[in-house]
Design a protein around this ligand. Structure first.
Ligand code: ZN
Length: 449
């Protein structure tokens, strides 16, 4: 019904704070989490406010490079994305580090709200300012970063209200991502409930991490809202095909058409992660889907290969893989080195990052089958490369079923040319629509069993 893309000041507030400074040697202290510096104004001008996308670096600060011992992780910058009841905090790290997120209960007697703090091991704060960083987005009031002990950087998130939280790391460059939800939001633990259990919610009691009962989800009435993610954009063209045709343009065109069709014919809300040719960081895309509380997240891409004969369609869900081709593809789509994908594999190995794995796999199969079948009708035989798993950053941290579709090879002359034409784009839109509809029918049926 309504189509939105990320626009400054419309429904999201973007604040980037880039902190540069010289490391100040700090002696080991045993501070309590709430003894880190209190709120204060930045007198050194080290704060840059991001109005639009992309990080705004404050060049006025020609500060000497931080002196961090090579075996320590430097905490170099912090960035926020804020919505009404959801904030994503991103801490930039110079290298991998172990971390722990803890929650401090509110103390109504002292008027102290609930807080989160994150201890980053083997780390140094790469800044001299001990000021608190004001956020005041209605959920997160301020952030305090301090050298808690010689080896630990403590980041305290002072909240005005605090529901659920989730944290994970993305490599290349390393950033620690912390998702925070307000109390009104559905706790992320709730959607983990499998369809079979969900149908029995009336009898069962779902508990959140604090042991408090989670309100039962309202009856599922099929899909309400879908986030479509046209890959790449702006300075990132994605893969380039014959004649200079860019992946970013083709996937945007298809996403727009698919959004219109879904709204018109399925009466669902559709939100695009970008509605024009702009750069959107990968981690901001799932943040939008989480903030929108979308039912599905579908990332649209086109494949590429040095082998111009390579062709076909494949659909991915997020999981570890040992498949070398999938790792290489993920590295390309992640705009990162192959090693970083391996690192992410290590990071995710013992975490259940994809909370909606089963539904993601179902969605992947429905889209893949529909795309291969639908395009086969207009193009002749389409190579079915199948449903696969890989570590796409753009899928990490999504709270809803999420997949990435590689719609043909832009590097293949025939396939690239076809997808540049409205006729075949429309056929792909019809096919993806068909796949989404089949997924909706299958899952609605499963939930009512
Ligand atoms: Zn791509």
């Amino acid at each position: 019904m309504t189509e939105k893309s990320i626009q400054p000041g419309r429904f999201a507030l973007y604040v980037a704070l880039i902190l540069f400074c010289v490391v100040k040697p700090t002696s080991a202290q045993t501070q309590r989490p709430d003894t880190l510096p209190a709120k204060a104004n930045h007198s050194d001008g080290s704060t840059a406010v991001e109005i639009n996308r992309g990080r705004e670096t404050d060049n006025r600060l020609a500060a000497p490079a931080p002196v961090i011992p090579p075996n320590k992780t430097a905490v170099t910058a912090i960035r926020f994305l804020s919505w009404q009841n959801y904030t994503r905090v991103m801490l930039e790290l110079s290298q991998e580090a172990k971390y722990e997120v803890r929650r401090l209960k509110e103390d109504p007697a002292k008027g102290v709200p609930a807080r989160l703090y994150v201890d980053i091991q083997g780390a140094r704060v790469a800044m001299t300012s001990k000021d608190a960083i004001p956020v005041d987005d209605g959920l997160l009031s301020q952030v305090r970063i301090g050298q808690y002990s010689e080896d630990i950087v403590r980041v305290v998130l002072d909240m005005t209200n605090l529901g659920a939280h989730n944290a994970f790391v993305l490599p290349g460059p390393y950033r620690l991502v912390i998702d925070i939800y307000g109390q009104k939001a559905l706790a992320p633990t709730a959607p983990i409930v499998a369809p079979a259990i969900r149908a029995d919610l009336a009898k069962s009691k779902v508990l959140d991490r604090s042991g408090k009962p989670v309100a039962p989800a309202p009856p599922v009435q099929g899909l309400r809202k879908i986030v479509l993610d046209p890959g790449h954009g702006g300075k990132d063209p994605g893969a380039i095909g014959n004649g200079g045709i860019a992946e970013k343009d083709l996937v945007l065109s298809i996403a727009r058409k698919l959004a219109a069709k879904l709204k018109k014919e399925m009466n669902v809300q559709v939100v695009l992660t970008r509605n024009d040719d702009r750069f959107v960081p990968l981690e901001d895309r799932t943040a939008l889907a989480n903030a929108e509380d979308a039912d599905l997240f579908i990332s649209l891409h086109m494949n590429a290969s040095p082998n111009s004969e390579a062709r076909g369609i494949e659909t991915y869900y997020l999981d570890n893989t040992s498949d070398e081709a999938a790792i290489r593809l993920a590295a390309r789509e992640n705009s990162t080195a192959r090693k970083n994908v391996s690192d992410l594999q290590f990071i995710l190995s013992d975490m259940t990052q994809n909370l909606k794995l089963e539904d993601s796999i179902t969605l992947a199969h429905r889209l893949q089958g529909a795309a291969v079948g639908g395009m086969g009708k207009v193009l002749g035989e389409v190579k079915d490369l199948g449903v696969k798993k890989a570590l796409f950053y753009v899928l990490v941290g999504a709270r809803m079923p999420s997949v990435l579709v590689e719609m043909f090879f832009i590097s293949n002359r025939e396939e690239g040319r076809a997808m540049g034409q409205g006729l075949y784009q429309d056929a792909m839109v019809d096919a993806l629509f068909d796949g989404i509809q089949k997924y909706d029918q299958a899952t609605t049926m499963a939930r009512t069993l």
